[in-house]
Design a binder for this molecule. Structure first.
Ligand code: MN
Length: 305
């Protein structure tokens, strides 16, 4: 069976300001907002920190989502308003739950000379989007076979499972293949999947991907065949179609335009007006000035399905 594959190509976006390091974004796009509950995919590096300045993202807020940080190289210090301080390292999942509101900073560590990784967001469903903030860290044991190695950080694949509980069924896996290796991976046919290529050249179901491309595979397939034309590393993301319409703007996920306007006002009154010293988003213990929200567009924000 030939599965129809959509290849989403990336666009370059400055992270946290016009002079900041640049990332390659493949989600959301005009024609696709979600793959399962995955709603944001940024791929970056390998960057020489000496040239890019590394990652310096001052405190900023989130609502209604989880952030999953996955590094290939380098280290990032995470601090959040729930009191979590963590160093994000390659091969380790760091999952921050914003729930009803959190703020955090992300700064590459002084010892980092090369930074390379992915920043992913997960939309929270209605039943849990108002939950308390939280933070989890998990180091998956690699599983291996001839010509392949995988780290399953969320969900189950290739005989390995992550114990990290999610609010909707999810899959998140790092997979490395040797040159010439073709791997037929059994997948949950109720899931839609995304394959983000980090390095190398691959074919997904016969469709060639370049680094930073994100292949979209609709539900219904029982296997996904990935062939490495060159030694490669990639991420496989997946989940059942999210099924709820969301509004995404800046760092917020909500359900209506007016809800986002409210989140923005609460953040601005905390960091610009100073009228809410420690509101919905809390305060991050770091010597960096929080990032004020941009101006809202003049049109009402669209629901994304
Ligand atoms: Mn963030």
């Amino acid at each position: 069976m030939t599965t129809h594959i959509d290849v989403l190509t990336s666009r370059e976006v400055p992270l946290g300001g016009p002079r900041a390091m640049r990332v390659r974004r493949t989600l959301p796009q005009r024609h696709r907002s979600l793959i399962g509950a995955w709603c944001f995919v940024d791929h970056y590096g390998p960057d020489e920190v000496e040239q890019t300045g590394g990652m310096v993202v001052a405190p900023h807020p989130h609502t209604g989502l989880q952030t999953a940080s996955w590094l290939f190289e380098g280290e990032i210090e995470h601090r959040d308003s729930a009191g979590n301080l963590a160093v994000v390292r390659p091969g380790e999942l760091n999952l921050m739950t914003s729930g009803h509101g959190i703020s955090h900073s992300e700064v590459s560590t002084p010892g980092t000379s090369v930074l390379h990784g992915a920043q992913l967001w997960i939309a929270l469903p209605e039943a849990s989007r108002d939950t308390d903030p939280g933070f989890e860290h998990y180091v998956p044991q690699p599983v291996r076979g001839p010509g392949w190695e995988a780290r399953v950080f969320l969900g189950s694949l290739l005989g390995a499972s992550s114990p990290v509980r999610t609010h909707t069924p999810l899959l998140g896996v790092e997979l490395m293949l040797a040159t010439g290796k073709s791997l037929e991976v059994e997948v949950d046919e109720t899931f839609e999947h995304g394959v983000l290529l980090d390095v190398g050249v691959i074919e997904v179901e016969g469709t060639e991907l370049k680094p930073s491309d994100l292949a979209y595979l609709p539900p219904g397939g029982r296997t996904v065949t990935i062939t490495a034309l060159e030694e490669c590393r990639l991420l496989v993301l997946g989940g059942p179609p999210f099924g709820e319409a969301i509004v995404m703007w800046w760092n917020f996920i909500g359900r209506t335009h007016d809800e986002i306007v409210g989140f923005r006002e609460e953040w601005q009154s905390q960091v610009v007006d100073g009228t809410q010293a420690d509101g919905r988003f809390g305060v991050v213990d770091i010597d960096l000035k929080p990032i004020p929200a941009p101006t809202l567009p003049h049109v009402r924000l669209k629901l994304r399905h």
